[in-house]
Design a protein around this ligand. Structure first.
Ligand SMILES: C[S@@+](CC[C@H](N)C(=O)[O-])C[C@H]1O[C@@H](n2cnc3c(N)ncnc32)[C@H](O)[C@@H]1O
Length: 298
């Protein structure tokens, strides 16, 4: 882990307006995880569980716990024309990428095929490098069809001949059949392919922020480490709970985050308490009048 954490800039506002304030080619890596167009309002309860002899839940060793509901976080995931919403934001991502930059779009089966056609048009088909499948195994299973248990992450490079892909920086994974390779290889593990098995954020674990659709730090850390270098400037303009910002800052990258939800900004304020972070309302300082910046350096 680098000695210095990267700076984080959080912007509260609609991303299209905020992005217009950033200079062309000013980011080395952009990751976005927009709403998936599920047709519902995504809601998550934020809770705190404490040991309490009079509690309502019995846990390990028969100990009782009391769960208190602290509040709810939510964002609207209903669109009349989702592609009309997404397309101008994808065009902005292309404009903002440095000549050697990479773009990652995280979606699921509902919209990813339409988005890929749009990105082929914006970046050029040759710029498409990978379709990464993030596979997990959690939650209910339908008995009507194969239970959908993966998301899709598309990787485009601005220039397919010049991009950052530092495979030495990747976390290695266990061989499926370690007995078939030598002991040394088995101990070192292997590099991942385009299919990433990784558990979701545990509903009871330390990583949980209480924000709906929070993505695992492990998945986004892999993208940060392999596709950027310490000191690079990164961007996530559908930031939610700020997972990408945490991954970037922990590995010494500067990161700009944007979200229009006040609840997301509240969650990020708590999450980034130990990080050098500046909060902005609306568009960037470069655009002047609409910005109020408040520094929260630790
Ligand atoms: C799927 S969530 C992102 C979750 C995030 N990757 C995480 O790990 O917590 C999508 C986010 O996009 C935000 N959003 C939707 N439309 C937006 C817009 N026009 N401008 C800025 N943020 C927007 C929502 O408020 C929501 O927080």
């Amino acid at each position: 882990m680098p000695e210095r954490r990267g700076r984080i800039d959080v912007h509260h506002g609609d991303n299209l307006a905020v992005l217009a304030g950033f200079a062309d080619a000013s980011f080395d890596l952009i990751y976005i995880d927009p709403p998936f167009n599920t047709g519902v309002v995504q809601v998550k309860r934020r809770t705190r569980t404490r040991r309490d002899p009079a509690g309502d839940r019995v846990g390990f060793h028969g100990l009782r716990h009391q769960t208190t509901v602290l509040g709810h976080s939510s964002f609207d995931d209903r669109f009349d024309d989702y592609q009309a919403f997404l397309r101008p934001r994808l065009t902005e991502a292309y404009r903002l990428l440095a000549p050697t930059g990479s773009f990652f779009l995280h979606l699921d089966y509902r919209e990813v095929h339409y988005a890929k056609v749009a990105l082929d048009g914006i970046f050029g088909r040759a710029s498409f490098l990978n379709e990464i499948i993030w596979a997990y195994d959690y939650g209910a299973r339908t008995s009507q069809r194969w239970a959908p248990k993966h998301d899709t992450i598309l990787w485009y490079a601005k220039d397919p001949g010049r991009y950052c892909f530092d495979l030495d920086a990747v976390d290695r994974i266990p061989y499926m059949a370690p007995g078939l390779v030598g002991a040394e290889k088995a101990a070192r593990g292997k590099t991942p392919t385009d299919t990433w098995w990784h558990t979701i954020v545990s509903p009871t674990g330390k990583e949980k922020t209480g924000y709906p659709t929070q993505k695992p730090l492990g998945v986004l850390t892999r993208i940060v480490r392999v596709h950027s270098r310490p000191g690079d400037r990164l961007l996530d303009f559908f930031a939610g709970s700020g997972t990408f910002g945490e991954a970037a800052a922990r590995d010494g990258r500067a990161c700009v985050l944007v979200d229009e939800s006040a609840e997301a900004i509240d969650v990020m304020r708590k999450r980034f308490a130990g990080f050098p972070t500046t909060y902005h309302v609306g568009a960037t300082a470069a655009r002047g009048a609409r910005t109020r910046a408040r520094s929260a350096d630790p």
